[in-house]
Design a binder for this molecule. Structure first.
Ligand SMILES: Cc1cc2nc3c(=O)[nH]c(=O)nc-3n(C[C@H](O)[C@H](O)[C@H](O)COP(=O)(O)OP(=O)(O)OC[C@H]3O[C@@H](n4cnc5c(N)ncnc54)[C@H](O)[C@@H]3O)c2cc1C
Length: 380
């Protein structure tokens, strides 16, 4: 009789539960909030990412491309609203010597990376072709990415929860994992409900999917675990308008900006972009607050003007007072900049999902399958 526990009920923990429930005799999914998906998973841009940005063969590239394909099968099958609306990455003829960022070069770089990462049908468009499909977008050239989309994340989370429940997962909310003690071949897991400590449960396998708290949960399991998550707040503002000059049919991203990672390799930020929503809203995102007050600080620190400045170059008809609603979410960044998906160094029956920032929603099904594969490789 083998018992497993998934800690954290966001998209990643729920997807993992659905994948591994059939492999064990008993599975618990424990979430500290009253409902599943209250944090990053319900505060994202809901973009189904294609995988064109990430370093080839990184976990992000592999899990994003695989997750994108899995979603295109999963979402229609389960009636989750979505649309493969596509995306443009646009060059606006800017040359910034300091950032060494020639935009057209960057588009060619992304074309090559898309091919290396296995992202299909990405191609260059000239300004005239862009004008025909997105008349309100100003650019000198773009690349078109048809496998980018948008999904209804609330419906997706609800579906993942129903699937996990149908596979007999014991779904527990309002319960925080506060201590883990190794007991021979098992783990005694102590939880707290409204601050009140409960009797420990004994489990054989633990999956840590605690989002921005995954570093703390890793330390609860084994204090020598050294991962440190840097919480980064991503802020968005929205508009919804019937005005013809504010309509777009897909996501519009600027050419990315290059930066150097601590190991000397190059990374890219997507830049502030507009994303299309299923309910007709358009989001402008992200502006970052790199020092949020705590891991669940969702206060907006940027003004409509800050957002407008970033996109007005390629979306010139937007005005400051068009922007009304706002939302913030916390991304759990780790130093490596990549997803860390691996068993604990000491405890072979513990698996960590660390640093699952964007494109974690897109990658969630693929991460679930990866954890399933890990469990299948064990003699349980
Ligand atoms: C602003 C923003 C925009 C984004 N946009 C996109 C996008 O467009 N496309 C995309 O693919 N991805 C996007 N992402 C990334 C994506 O949302 C996340 O990668 C994904 O939701 C992570 O899911 P998760 O389950 O790992 O984390 P979470 O959803 O944060 O879930 C972790 C859960 O663990 C619980 N927990 C923590 N500690 C404990 C404990 N001790 N005991 C019990 N429970 C615990 C938390 O309460 C939480 O519910 C975005 C993220 C942000 C913040």
């Amino acid at each position: 009789m083998k018992t497993a526990l998934v800690i954290g009920g966001g998209a990643v923990g729920l997807a993992i539960a659905g994948e591994i429930a059939p492999l064990v005799d008993e599975l618990y999914l424990i979430e500290k909030e009253k409902r599943f998906g209250e944090h990053a998973s319900s505060r994202s841009s809901e973009v189904i990412h294609s995988g064109i940005y990430y370093k080839t063969e990184s976990e992000k590239a592999i899990q994003c491309v695989a997750g994108n394909i899995s979603l295109q099968y999963f979402l229609p099958r389960h009636g989750v609203p979505y649309k493969m609306c596509g995306k443009l990455v646009v060059a606006q003829q800017k040359y910034d010597e300091k950032l060494n960022n020639k935009e057209i070069e960057m588009l060619h770089f992304l074309l090559k990376r898309a091919e290396e990462n296995g992202v299909p049908q990405v191609r260059l468009m000239d300004a005239e072709e862009v004008k025909k499909i997105e008349p309100n977008v100003r650019c000198i050239a773009a690349i078109y990415v048809p496998t980018s989309g948008v999904l209804d994340s609330a419906a997706y989370l609800h579906t993942l929860e129903s699937i996990a429940a149908a596979k007999n997962t014991v779904l527990v909310t309002g319960t925080k994992v506060v201590a883990v003690e190794k007991k021979h071949e098992q783990f005694a897991v102590t939880t707290a409900v409204a601050g009140e400590v409960q009797e420990p449960i004994l489990v054989d396998i633990i999956v840590n999917a605690a989002g921005v708290h995954a570093d703390k949960v890793a330390k609860i399991i084994r204090p020598e675990n050294e991962w440190v998550i840097q919480p980064i707040k991503g802020e968005a503002m929205y508009f919804r308008s019937n005005r013809e000059e504010l309509q777009t049919s897909m996501h519009i991203y600027p050419a990315p900006i290059t930066y150097t990672l601590p190991d000397g390799s190059k990374g890219h930020t997507t830049g502030v972009h507009t994303t299309w929503k299923l309910d007709g809203k358009i989001a402008i995102t992200p502006l970052y607050d790199t020092h949020p007050k705590h891991e669940e600080d969702y206060e907006i620190t940027h003004s409509p003007k800050d957002f407008l400045e970033k996109v007005v170059g390629f979306f010139p008809n937007l005005k400051e007072n068009d922007l009304r609603l706002s939302q913030a979410g916390i991304q759990p960044k780790v130093n490596e900049g990549d997803f860390i998906l691996q068993p604990d160094k000491e405890y072979q029956n513990v698996y960590h999902c660390m640093g699952i920032d964007s494109p974690g929603l897109t990658a969630s099904l693929a991460i679930g399958k990866k954890v399933r594969k890990w469990l299948l490789g064990k003699d349980i």
